[in-house]
Design a protein around this ligand. Structure first.
Ligand code: ZN
Length: 443
């Protein structure tokens, strides 16, 4: 039974666009409606044909606004909400100086729980309804995140960061077994409600060979798990992996040998892949995750989208907060466009919006659940306003078609362009994350 209707200009993708102007890749209803019942989409189409079927359910009207499936972020670090915007370092120094310090605080359950609420509020404010999240090494971090997500009805993918060397002692497996902790969390959370688990070795530098192999064994033990880690982000990182794993022909080969690659393997960055690693990713159907704001901010390099796509590597898009500089997938798409411009490549607005929604859902194998507004999907929805700021409204005066509007949205838009987010058919209250009083030491 329909319990809510959202009406406005409805846009949902059917398949990956072949380029700008590919009108067959999406469904667009200028006067459209989404019928929702029991948290799922019942029907999508023209308002005049659907509204009579709604049986008096309340209608949320968004005249002129765009209604899309909620955005999906395929790589983000939940314990880095107070690492984002840390100055002046490249990857390995940035980890030591900022990230490893901040992540130690997540041993405290109250800190983890408070930040889980902030994190999920912030994602919703930016229109993101599902994210693949790295936790800290502490079970408390992921447990708090899953519990908060489940209370909100939001589907998240997450896992505790696993590391046993080359980090501060407090984050390593000393008196703690993060593979065992992962197994525990998998039993409690993987497939519980909307939550799914990702085995999360941070990267090859911080895990021994035995630990990576234990992660591979965990993936074989429980079906349907994800695996998330980092690959080929930075030249010093790659050199360190070569020193630590002298028997392996490449960084990617370390993950292949320890059983970590596959269709549910999400590999952050993949900037400096050699030909053999590209072949490994293609043959195992692993996913290269493009994190443009992070790649630019940490100075890691330019993702070669066209080269990977030409070789048949599956590609996803992500923020990588806190190395990334924005929670907004719109801003992430804008930086993806710019990073690709520097390589002489392009990202059409259609391709970008498909990636943020259906495309990212598809690489996760979740296209039947999220990423489109097809009947039967969860009613995770974002409502966008391309006139949200004076500069956007002014630019919109000259916009002639949908694609141009989408390009304005991704180039100039951010959380301010998100009019409303719905999770499982419920509007997420706006105005969350009020500014807290600064601590007394703040100048
Ligand atoms: Zn990352």
């Amino acid at each position: 039974m329909t319990d809510r209707v959202i009406s406005g200009r409805v846009l949902t993708f059917r398949r990956a666009p072949t380029g700008a102007g590919d009108a067959g890749s999406y469904d667009y209803f200028p006067d459209g409606a989404v019928l929702i019942g029991g948290g799922k989409v019942e029907a999508v189409g023209r308002a005049e044909s659907l509204l009579p079927r709604a049986g008096g359910a309340p209608v949320d009207r968004y005249a002129g606004k765009l209604i899309l499936p909620g955005f999906i972020d395929t790589h983000i670090h939940f314990p880095q909400t107070q690492v984002i915007a840390s100055y002046g370092a490249q990857l390995l120094e940035w980890l030591e100086k900022y990230t490893f310090v901040e992540e130690q605080k997540y041993a405290d359950r109250d800190h983890a729980a408070r930040n889980a609420e902030f994190f999920l509020d912030e994602l919703a404010r930016c229109g993101t309804t599902t994210a693949c999240c790295y936790g800290s090494v502490h079970a408390e971090s992921v447990d708090s995140l899953f519990a908060a997500a489940e209370r909100r009805g939001a589907g998240m993918i997450a896992g505790v960061a696993i590391m046993d060397r080359n980090g501060p002692p407090a984050l390593l497996d000393v008196g703690r077994d993060s593979v065992a902790a992962s197994r525990d969390l998998i039993r409690r959370w993987h497939g519980a409600g909307r939550q799914r688990y990702a085995v999360t070795p941070r990267f090859a530098i911080t895990s021994s060979d035995a630990q990576l192999a234990a992660c591979g064994a965990l993936l074989r033990e429980f079906p349907g798990l994800y695996m998330q880690t980092h690959l080929d982000e930075n030249h010093d990182e790659i050199a360190a992996v070569r020193r630590l794993f002298p028997g392996d022909p490449s960084y990617g080969a370390v993950y292949a040998r320890t059983g970590l690659l596959g269709p549910r393997a999400l590999l952050g960055h993949c900037i400096h892949l050699d030909d053999s690693e590209i072949a490994l990713l293609r043959d195992t159907q692993s996913v290269a995750v493009f994190c443009p704001t992070s790649n630019l901010f940490i100075g890691s390099g330019l993702f070669d989208y066209s080269r990977l796509a030409a070789h048949g590597v599956r590609i996803a898009l992500a923020t990588d907060v806190g190395g990334g500089t924005s929670y907004s997938m719109l801003q992430t798409a804008a930086e993806a466009y710019k990073a690709m411009q520097l390589r002489g490549q392009t990202l059409s607005a259609l391709a970008a919006f498909d990636l943020m929604t259906r495309g990212n859902a598809t690489v996760l194998g979740l296209e039947g659940e999220i990423g489109t507004l097809a009947a039967g999907s969860y009613a995770d929805v974002v409502v966008l306003d391309a006139c949200a700021t004076p500069a956007m409204a002014h630019r919109m005066e000259t916009v002639r078609d949908l694609e141009e509007e989408l390009f304005v949205l991704m180039t100039l838009g951010d959380d301010r362009a998100v009019k409303q987010t719905y999770v499982k058919g419920r509007a997420v209250p706006r105005g969350l994350n009020p500014r807290r009083d600064p601590p007394p030491s703040t100048p």
